[in-house]
Design a protein around this ligand. Structure first.
Ligand code: BDP
Length: 686
C-alpha cells in the first residue's frame, strides 16, 4: 500500500522521548502513532505520567485539569507565552495546535484532542526541523472547518459506471459487489492518510443513488456505522448520499413532497435512527433534479424547500445537508441559447439566496460547467451572500487524464481558491468557502482512491489527494510547497538512494503538469472535446451535436462559445461588475478563457501575440514534447525508488505519451481542416 507516511517518515519523531498528556479516542490515536514510531526507531513514550520524565517532545491538551506533572506544567506555560508572543487571541479552536520550543523540548499544545492529532502529523512533516532549537513558535488553525471528500462509490456494481463512478483506481475501498468490502484495516489506513492531510469528513456512497445505495440509510445502516467506527479515531465524520425519493422508495409513502407532513415525519424519524447508531454522523449529501435524480421539482417545489426539509430533520442532531448546485437540463436544445449550461446553476440557485436554513450547505462545483481542465470560477460563489457555500473540486481525474496522465491539480485549485469574484481587492473564493467566523460550507472534493495497490491507480495522483486536504486546511499555501511536502513524506530521504535527485525530478515532472495537460487537450478554455461517455481521450465533436450542452461551435470561420450579454447567452452578466466587464470584452478577456466566453475567428490575435490557430498548433506540439520529457526524466529514477512504483508510473507515462500524441494530432488536424490555415512553422498537421 505504498503511500505517503511510510514508516521511514517517522524516523525523526520515533527516535525521541515523548510524553503524551490527555485522554480520549484521538489522544489514543496520537499515542498509538508515537508508540509505533518509537518501537521502530528506539524512542520511548509516556502517557500522562504523574512523575517527572526527561523528554524531547510533549503533546498536551491545554485545559485538562487533573494535576499534571511538572514537565506538562512547564510545557503549558511555555505554550502560553508562545501564544502571547504570536498574539491574535489565545484560542486554538477545535482543531488547531501550537508548536513551540521550551528549552530543549518541543511542545505541541491544543485545546481539543483533534488539535493534537493534527499537531502530530505536523511534527512528522517537519522531521528534524521540529526539534530545531531556533524554530520560532507556530500556531496552526484550519481556515476551513469543513474539509470533505465525496466518494462516488456504488455499493452494487453499476452496469455502466462500474463499482466507482468516475473511479480510476480499481474497486471501492468501502463496497464490493453489493456488500461492504470488509477490509476495515484498509479503511483505517485510509483514515490515517486523510487525517495526515487534514480531511475531516467523508461521504461514503455515490451522489447518484440507486436502490442498493439508498438502503444504506435504513436497512443497511450498520454497514455505514462500521465505517464510521473505523474512521472516528482519525477525526473523520461520515456522511451519506441520500435519494430525495427515499420516503417513496424506502418508506413506502406515496409522495416525497418536501412540504408534506408525512414526508417530514419520515425524514425526522429516519434521521433519528441514523444518529442512534452513529452519534457523530455528519449529515446528508444530495444531488436532486440533476441528470435524472429525483428532486423537489416533481412536486412543484424548489431547491430551498427540498434542502430545508432535510435540514429540519438533521438540525436537532447536529447534522448538515450538502445540497449540490450541479443542476442543469441535460436535454438541451443547442439552437436555444438561453439554455446555456454554464448559466444553469446560477439561474436555479441565486434567486434562492437567504432561504436556506443555517445547516444547509449549498455545494457548488468550482466552475459553471463541469470540472474542466480550465473554466472560469462559478458565478454562484459570489451570488449567495446569505447562504453557506461549499466549493466542490474533483480530485478524481475525470476530465484531467483519469489517473493515467500525470496532472498535478494543486496549481489549478490554488488559482480557483485565490480568485477574487468581486474584483482584485475583494474577498477570494476561499474566503467564501470559509464564511464569516468559519461558518462557511468549506471545501469538498470527489475522491480519487480505490482498492488499487497504490490507492490512486497512478501513484503520483496521490499528490492530488494530499494537496486537496492541505489546501482545504490553508487555501493560501503555495501548491508547489505542498507538493514538496508530499514528495518528502512519500519518498523520505532514508527510503531513497538519492533524495535530492528524486525530489528535483518529481518537481520537474509534476509542478507544471496541469498546464501541460491543458496544452495538449481542449484549447483556450473551450472545454470538453473528450470522448462521450467515458470522457477519456480526444473526441473533438463527440458532444457537439448532443443535448448535453457542451459545445465549441467550431466552423470554417472560427471557434468558441459566445457567452456575452451583447450577442451571446448573457452568461457574463452573472458575474459581479468587475468580472462581467472583463469577460464581456474581447480586449480584456484572459487568453486562457477566451473560447469559453467568445466565438472568434481563427486569425484573432491573443494577448500573447499569437493567433488562435497558431496557439492551438503551438501548444499541442509543446504539450507532447513536455510529456515526452516527463517520461525521460522519470526513467532517470530507475533503481532509486520502489520498483513497483517505478514500473507503474513508467507504464502510465507510456500511455500518456500515446494519448497526448493522439490529442495533438486530432486537434491540430481538426482545426486545420476547419480553418484551412497552415502552421506557420510548417509542422505536420494533416
Ligand atoms: C459529471 C460526471 C457524472 C457525475 C456528475 C455529478 O460525469 O458521472 O454524476 O458529474 O457531479 O462530471 O453529479
Amino acid at each position: 500500500h505504498a503511500a505517503w507516511l511510510p514508516p521511514e517518515a517517522f524516523r525523526s519523531l520515533g527516535a525521541r522521548r515523548v510524553l503524551v498528556h490527555g485522554d480520549g479516542l484521538l489522544v489514543d490515536t496520537v499515542l498509538h502513532e508515537v508508540s509505533r514510531a518509537c518501537a521502530r526507531y528506539g524512542g520511548r513514550v509516556w502517557h500522562s505520567p504523574s512523575w517527572d520524565v526527561d523528554v524531547d517532545l510533549v503533546f498536551a491538551l491545554r485545559g485538562a485539569d487533573e494535576l499534571p506533572s511538572s514537565v506538562v506544567r512547564a510545557a503549558r506555560s511555555a505554550g502560553e507565552s508562545a501564544l502571547a508572543e504570536i498574539g491574535d487571541g489565545g484560542s486554538l479552536g477545535d482543531e488547531g495546535f501550537l508548536l513551540a520550543r521550551d528549552g530543549d523540548v518541543t511542545v505541541v499544545l491544543a485545546d481539543a484532542p483533534a488539535g493534537l492529532l493534527y499537531g502530530l502529523f505536523h511534527v512528522v512533516r517537519l522531521c528534524a526541523a521540529a526539534f530545531d532549537p531556533e524554530r520560532p513558535p507556530e500556531r496552526h488553525r484550519p481556515a476551513l472547518h469543513r474539509r470533505m471528500l465525496d466518494h462516488w462509490d456504488n455499493v452494487a456494481v453499476h452496469p455502466v459506471m462500474g463499482q466507482v463512478e468516475r473511479g480510476y483506481a480499481g474497486g471501492s475501498i468501502f463496497w464490493r459487489d453489493g456488500r461492504p468490502c470488509g477490509d476495515l484495516a484498509r479503511i483505517r489506513e485510509y483514515g490515517r492518510l486523510l487525517a495526515a492531510s487534514g480531511v475531516n469528513a467523508i461521504s461514503v456512497n455515490n451522489v447518484n443513488v440507486a436502490r442498493t445505495e439508498a438502503l444504506l440509510l435504513t436497512d443497511r445502516l450498520g454497514d455505514v456505522a462500521e465505517i464510521a467506527d473505523v474512521l472516528r479515531p482519525y477525526h473523520i465524520r461520515v456522511h451519506l448520499s441520500v435519494t430525495f425519493a427515499a420516503p417513496v422508495v424506502l418508506g413506502g409513502l406515496s409522495t416525497a413532497d418536501p412540504l408534506d407532513e408525512g414526508v417530514r415525519a419520515w425524514w425526522a424519524a429516519t434521521t433519528r435512527t441514523v444518529y442512534d447508531r452513529i452519534p457523530d454522523f455528519g449529515g446528508y449529501v444530495v444531488k436532486a433534479d440533476s441528470e435524472g435524480q429525483p428532486g423537489p421539482f416533481t412536486y412543484g417545489r424548489d431547491h430551498a424547500d427540498g434542502a430545508n426539509m432535510l435540514a429540519e430533520a438533521l438540525a436537532p442532531l447536529g447534522g448538515v445537508v450538502h445540497w449540490r448546485a450541479f443542476v442543469y437540463n441535460h436535454h438541451q436544445d443547442w439552437r436555444d441559447r438561453s439554455t446555456d449550461r454554464a448559466r444553469a446553476a446560477y439561474d436555479h440557485f441565486a434567486p434562492l439566496d437567504g432561504r436556506f436554513r443555517t445547516n444547509v450547505v449549498v455545494q457548488v462545483k468550482f466552475g459553471p460547467v463541469d470540472f474542466q481542465t480550465r473554466e472560469p470560477v462559478s458565478p454562484v460563489i459570489a451570488a449567495m451572500p446569505a447562504t453557506r457555500i461549499a466549493v466542490e473540486l474533483q480530485v478524481t481525474q475525470e476530465y484531467t487524464g483519469q489517473q493515467r496522465h500525470v496532472c498535478h491539480l494543486g496549481p489549478w485549485w490554488s488559482e480557483v481558491l485565490r480568485f477574487a469574484p468581486w474584483g482584485p481587492d475583494g474577498r477570494a473564493v476561499a474566503d467564501v468557502a470559509a464564511g464569516e467566523s468559519g461558518a462557511g460550507g468549506g471545501l469538498v472534493a470527489v475522491a480519487n482512491v480505490g482498492d488499487d495497490l497504490f490507492w490512486t491507480g497512478h501513484p503520483l495522483a496521490q499528490a492530488n489527494l494530499y494537496t486537496f486536504g492541505r489546501l482545504a486546511w490553508d487555501p493560501r499555501r503555495d501548491p508547489t510547497a505542498v507538493l514538496d511536502e508530499w514528495i518528502t513524506l512519500t519518498f523520505p530521504p532514508s527510503a531513497t538512494a538519492d533524495p535530492d535527485l528524486v525530489r528535483r525530478t518529481l518537481h520537474e515532472i509534476m509542478d507544471d503538469s496541469w498546464r501541460t495537460y491543458e496544452r495538449y487537450t481542449a484549447p483556450l478554455g473551450v472545454g470538453f472535446m473528450v470522448n462521450p461517455g467515458d470522457h477519456y481521450g480526444p473526441g473533438v465533436d463527440g458532444y457537439e451535436y448532443t443535448r448535453w450542452g457542451t459545445y465549441h461551435f467550431a466552423d470554417r470561420d472560427g471557434v468558441g462559445v459566445d457567452r456575452t450579454r451583447a450577442s451571446g447567452t448573457g452568461f457574463t452578466g452573472q458575474y459581479p461588475p468587475y468580472w462581467a466587464q472583463v469577460y464581456e470584452s474581447l480586449e480584456t478577456c484572459p487568453d486562457e478563457l477566451l473560447l469559453f466566453f467568445h466565438h472568434v475567428p481563427y486569425g484573432h490575435v491573443l494577448h500573447s501575440g499569437s493567433t488562435v490557430i497558431q496557439h492551438i498548433y503551438d501548444t499541442h506540439f509543446a504539450g507532447v514534447e513536455e510529456v515526452t520529457a516527463m517520461r525521460r526524466r522519470w526513467r532517470t529514477l530507475n533503481g532509486m525508488i520502489d520498483p513497483a512504483v517505478y514500473e507503474r508510473v513508467a507504464e502510465r507515462l507510456d500511455e500518456q505519451v500515446r494519448c497526448a500524441t493522439e490529442w495533438r494530432d486530432q486537434i491540430n488536424t481538426y482545426f486545420y481542416r476547419k480553418s484551412g490555415m497552415l502552421d506557420e512553422r510548417g509542422r505536420d498537421i494533416y
